[in-house]
Design a protein around this ligand. Structure first.
Ligand SMILES: *[C@@H]1O[C@H](CO)[C@@H](O)[C@H](O)[C@H]1NC(C)=O
Ligand SMILES: *[C@@H]1O[C@H](CO)[C@@H](O)[C@H](O)[C@H]1NC(C)=O
Ligand SMILES: *[C@@H]1O[C@H](CO)[C@@H](O)[C@H](O)[C@H]1NC(C)=O
Ligand SMILES: *[C@@H]1O[C@H](CO)[C@@H](O)[C@H](O)[C@H]1NC(C)=O
Ligand SMILES: *[C@@H]1O[C@H](CO)[C@@H](O)[C@H](O)[C@H]1NC(C)=O
Ligand SMILES: *[C@@H]1O[C@H](CO)[C@@H](O)[C@H](O)[C@H]1NC(C)=O
Ligand SMILES: *[C@@H]1O[C@H](CO)[C@@H](O)[C@H](O)[C@H]1NC(C)=O
Length: 345
């Protein structure tokens, strides 16, 4: 928009009057000839300072800076009430202003208006305000049961608009992050335990370094016994039976021998739970200790059990049956070996 339009459009009468007034005021800048204008846009970060430059010379008799249609400076006289707007020390060839602590509403066209050889001229500089991408609201850490539907949210501001991408790091400590989706929301239907872990939201608009925040998703699931191995311990020796269950929340354990629940006590056993593991320790194994033990793992999501055989030297027959129950493939392997053994002799 040139200064000519002010003379044409009736609603800008006030501006026209202002400008005429301003050209009656001495400019404070030595008049020179030959205008040179910068056509570049000025990009500045919110909170930063913008310098709007305007070149003048000896033929120039009146100068002014306008924000849209409002006069900021007329010559050296400040018309704007905004303390953030200052006139830079005028040199003979330049008539520049500085806007400090730039905010979003400062974005827009600024006009350097010049009267030179009785001809009004103007040049427009577009001030563009950028805002670094910043996450302003993100879902809080959540704990859900396996199978639940989960929606994660990450809201960001930025100018230009921030883009948002999500990555997932599984809770099993896998170091690589996996890209999942783009956008403010992640929807997970029927969440699995593998989908638990850290969800990382990254918002970026290239104005500054990306803003990254995380949401921890905990998925509750019933215990799965991952280790229950039979043990060989000789009479009079010490040793232990071990049971391991993965579960969220962590499993509580109980031990049974046949139908009898075992307790920590004077009968020579000690039950010790440590994280995923439960250990049943014997200080002095006797004949009566041999047999079929059951490790029961439970949490709020469910209960499961596994059998563990405590056997002595020369009691291998006990394990074969147990293997058949809990480890079918190894049982088949064992049977193959046993068959092979008997065929040999
Ligand atoms: C300056 O900014 C305006 C408004 O954003 C845009 O239309 C114009 O293309 C830009 N000009 C240059 C030279 O970047
Ligand atoms: C420019 O004009 C806009 C709209 O009137 C105003 O909000 C803003 O504060 C002004 N900025 C300066 C630096 O004068
Ligand atoms: C974040 O978003 C949630 C859901 O829209 C809303 O309830 C909450 O008040 C927001 N928090 C902040 C700090 O804006
Ligand atoms: C989860 O979402 C699916 C598909 O949108 C729906 O069929 C199912 O009922 C939802 N489950 C729960 C627990 O809300
Ligand atoms: C283990 O128990 C047997 C029989 O009760 C006993 O004779 C033996 O001294 C015990 N051994 C130890 C190391 O306590
Ligand atoms: C072990 O699990 C089976 C089947 O789920 C159940 O019938 C049995 O009672 C359980 N044993 C114990 C000691 O909890
Ligand atoms: C041990 O007990 C479990 C259930 O209590 C049973 O399924 C399994 O066959 C038993 N094992 C042996 C070797 O008796």
């Amino acid at each position: 928009m040139g200064i000519y339009s002010y003379f044409v459009l009736p609603w800008k009468c006030l501006v026209v009057i202002s400008l005429r007034l301003l050209f009656l005021v001495p400019a404070g800048v030595p008049a020179r000839s030959g205008d040179s204008f910068s056509k570049d846009n000025i990009t500045v970060r919110q909170g930063g300072s913008a310098v709007l430059r305007c070149s003048v010379d000896s033929k120039v008799s009146r100068v002014a800076w306008l924000n849209r249609t409002t006069i900021l400076f007329a010559g050296e006289e400040k018309w704007s009430l905004d303390p953030r707007v200052i006139l830079l020390d005028t040199v003979q060839t330049e008539y520049s202003i500085k806007i400090e602590n730039v905010d979003l509403q400062d974005e827009g066209p600024y006009v350097c208006s010049i009267l030179s050889d009785k001809l009004p001229k103007s040049t427009k500089v577009h001030l563009i305000v950028q805002v670094p991408a910043k996450i302003v609201n993100i879902s809080t850490d959540i704990t859900v049961n396996e199978g639940s539907n989960v929606t994660l949210m990450c809201l960001a501001i930025g100018r230009p608009d921030a883009s948002i991408i999500w990555k997932h790091r599984s809770s099993s400590g896998v170091p690589t992050s996996r890209f999942i989706t783009e956008g403010e929301y992640v929807e997970i239907t029927a969440i699995t335990k593998e989908q638990s872990g850290v969800y990382e939201c990254m918002s970026t608009n290239y104005v500054s370094a990306p803003d990254v925040k995380i949401v921890r998703v905990t998925v509750n699931y019933p215990p799965v016994i991952s280790r229950a191995r039979n043990s060989l311990i000789g009479v009079g020796q010490r040793g232990m039976l071990q049971c391991e269950a993965s579960a969220v929340p962590l499993a509580d354990f109980e031990w049974y021998k046949e139908d009898r629940k075992l307790l920590n006590g004077p009968n020579g056993v000690k039950i010790e739970n440590k994280g995923k593991q439960s250990m049943l320790s014997f200080f002095n194994v006797s004949e009566e200790d041999y047999g079929n033990y059951t490790c029961v793992a439970m949490n709020t999501m469910g209960i499961t059990n596994a059998s563990i055989i405590l056997y002595g030297p020369g009691m291998h027959d006990m394990i074969d049956i147990n293997s058949a129950v809990s480890h079918l493939p190894s049982y088949l392997l064992l049977m193959t070996l046993v068959t092979a053994y008997f065929l040999k002799f």
